[in-house]
Design a protein. Sequence first.
Length: 326
Amino acid sequence: MEIIKRPETMARITTPELAKEFIDQQVAEVRAQVGDKKVLLALSGGVDSSVVAALLIKAIGKQLVCVHVNHGLMRKGESEAVIEVFRNQLDANLIYVDATDRFLDKLAGVADPETKRKIIGGEFIQVFDEESAKLEGISFLAQGTIYPDIIESKGVKAHHNVGGLPEDMEMELVEPVKLLYKDEVRVVGEALGLPHAMVYRQPFPGPGLGVRCLGAITRDRLHALREADAILREEFEKNGLEGKVWQYFIAVPDFKSVGVRDGKRYDGWPAILRAVNTTDAMTATIEEIPYALLNHITQRITTEVEGINRVVYDLTPKPVGTIEWE
């Protein structure tokens, strides 16, 4: 297939004024392409799909049908944020599917990371396919393809939530940000009025917390992971590290260690804290977190999160370690 190239004369979108020009241009192009027909979008809540959704809502309103699938592996509050922003604030035509039980039942007892990824990706495609089959008059499929996707994957967009959409969907693509780099997408997102936290959302693996709940996923350990991760994100935001550190998260392994709580033996999982900086994700360095903050985060997690009795800090750069554990 022919790979689309970004025009050499295309200016980098670095200001609200340039973003507005781009938005106006894309609104006109989308209206010309779509006409009065409907467009379907898998809205993960990630930066790319969220910006595309906001742009298409501006262009065609209710002709856009957004489908958000909660696979139960989202970070705390993320699906709620998608509903709040797009359904309540932007009045989007949003279909919300809570498929938590369906995904977690399929993942029960599965420890191999690649098998988990395949189950999550395959199940997402199945759920999205089932939801799209219920809809009538859908002629277009919108995707959050950005220019690095075209460069790195020969024009094929792997869906940012899980890694694929049904191959047999015979729809014309709508990809309004396909010539933009990630930093430009963020500028456009803010110009469209999306919340800063959504526009500057951290990179998040397709399988979500499924690859941070190490080994076979259990509901209680997944819950502990989600709560511990929320505390970490809250503390980094409060202490000015949110924009300074490229990616930070908690991973929880599938083993316990002995601890003490209220004078009694207490078996719990360790929470592994990871915070890295990178420019291209090919190499990564470790962020030096002030000891007082590490201590405070440890106290909060071990006190507030049921099931966790230790916090450890992963000091391994990439290479030799990867950014994610699985």
